[in-house]
Design a protein around this ligand. Structure first.
Ligand code: KIV
Ligand code: NA
Length: 270
């Protein structure tokens, strides 16, 4: 398959082909996910919990994100991978100023990322515009934004009432206007994610706990492989549950996202 690119992703979006995304934190899993046909790999700051044992993503540093992004990029390079590589800008690495965001994004792009992701709406619009104008593709992230968990008061569904939904919608439109090519929607009502997906023709929505109508889906790799000590988030499906191996689970995930059988309605009751 040809390497994924921004134009190719835009084409998939326009043609209604679902975009599959998983997190990846190391070289070997990155290569395996790529071989299974996963479109986009996200070096998520969820690695703070998954790899580092932190209580939240707040403690993840830019240097740690650089390390894991380099590892994933090397894994892809070794197998001549084709996945689109996105890396999270961690907490505190982009909030200070647009210039700080550019410096931090540069670190991740030089580590091998093709795109950076940052959380939040409103104040982030000008930051996104600043990065995009300077040649850095950006993925935005609205709804449950884990870096601000302490301000949100917990890991809970966002955009439930009309006022919150209309703020979220305006943030999404502004981020699209600033040039964000993708938008992760985390734990928002399925109906809100569906209507935003309809409205945002220039920005592909990627859902996690946001129903089945988004342009793509993302899960934390370890969650979908059943590698999880605590209770699994409700929106996760364990793709190893039928007894297959890891490669089969990754392939099954791609298939289920592409044919729309993941997620099903049971997995998103909000
Ligand atoms: O860090 C992460 O894994 C993420 C995804 C869940 C979207 O941001
Ligand atoms: Na993240």
């Amino acid at each position: 398959r040809k390497p994924l690119s921004l134009p190719r992703l835009a084409q998939m979006h326009a043609q209604g082909e679902k975009i599959s995304m998983l997190t990846a934190y190391d070289a070997t899993f990155a290569a395996m996910a790529d071989a299974a046909g996963v479109d986009c790999l996200l070096v998520g700051d969820s690695l703070g919990m998954v790899c580092q044992g932190l209580p939240s993503t707040v403690g993840v540093t830019l240097d740690t994100m650089r390390y894991h992004t380099e590892s994933v990029a090397r894994g892809l390079h070794r197998v001549q991978g084709t996945a689109w590589l996105i890396a999270d800008l961690p907490f505190g690495s982009y909030q200070e100023s647009r210039e700080q965001a550019l410096r931090s994004a540069t670190v991740l792009m030089q580590a091998g990322a093709h795109m950076v992701k940052l959380e939040g709406g409103g104040w982030t619009t000008e930051t996104v515009r600043f990065l995009v104008e300077r040649g850095i593709p950006v993925c935005a992230h609205l709804g449950l934004t884990p870096q601000t968990v302490h301000a949100l008061g917990g890991y809970r569904v966002q955009g439930r009432d009309d006022a919150a939904a209309s703020v979220l919608r305006q943030h999404a439109l502004d981020l699209q206007g600033a040039g964000a090519a993708m938008l992760v929607l985390e734990m928002v009502p399925a109906a809100l994610a569906a209507s935003l997906t309809q409205e945002l023709t220039g920005c592909a929505t990627i859902g996690i706990g946001a129903g089945r109508s988004t342009a793509g889906q993302v899960l934390v790799l370890h969650d979908m492989l059943g590698i999880n000590l605590g209770k699994m988030p409700k929106f996760v499906r364990n793709f190893t549950a039928d007894g297959g191996g890891i490669a089969q689970a990754l392939q099954a995930y791609v298939r289920a996202v592409k044919d729309g059988s993941f997620p099903d309605d049971r997995l998103h009751a909000w």
